[in-house]
Design a protein around this ligand. Sequence first.
Ligand code: AMP
Length: 156
Amino acid sequence: MEEIKELPLLDITAESLMISSEKVAHVQMNNPLEHALLILIKSGYSAVPVLDTSYKFKGIIGKNSILNEILGIERIEIERLNQIRVDDVVNQSIPCLNKSDSFLTCLKSVIDYPFVCVVDKDDFFDGIVTRRAVLKQLTKYIHVNKSLFNEIIDDK
Ligand code: AMP
């Protein structure tokens, strides 16, 4: 049996899958929640990265956590959107990637998250790897090696 092509898949790193920081919508720690919600609604994303003023990665913020934060007992307290800052709501307990991480590490990291942030050794934000980009590469790989996968299935 022919060997499964080692295709680029095993050479692919987080860096080659990544959307670079300049193209990623983000909010800053000191922004009011209203600004964060505007960015999320306008961009159509359910969550975006949070950076500090020196562009260090601090976590992510999503629509759900913002809405939860302003949820009162009987009504949504919209006026609080301007009183609470992103740093009160940011989710900091999430995994990150480094540019040199392998395809497999990226694949594992997006099992539980639609995107994962890529940071350097000093926590400066490099970009994001989305589940979409990882699955696209995996699909390409399976397609290129289709006949070999069929052979494996037929052998069983
Ligand atoms: P996608 O795979 O394109 O649907 O993206 C998955 C998630 O990644 C989105 O819901 C966003 O939370 C995040 N995302 C993707 N692209 C960007 C971007 N350019 N800026 C900020 N967040 C993004």
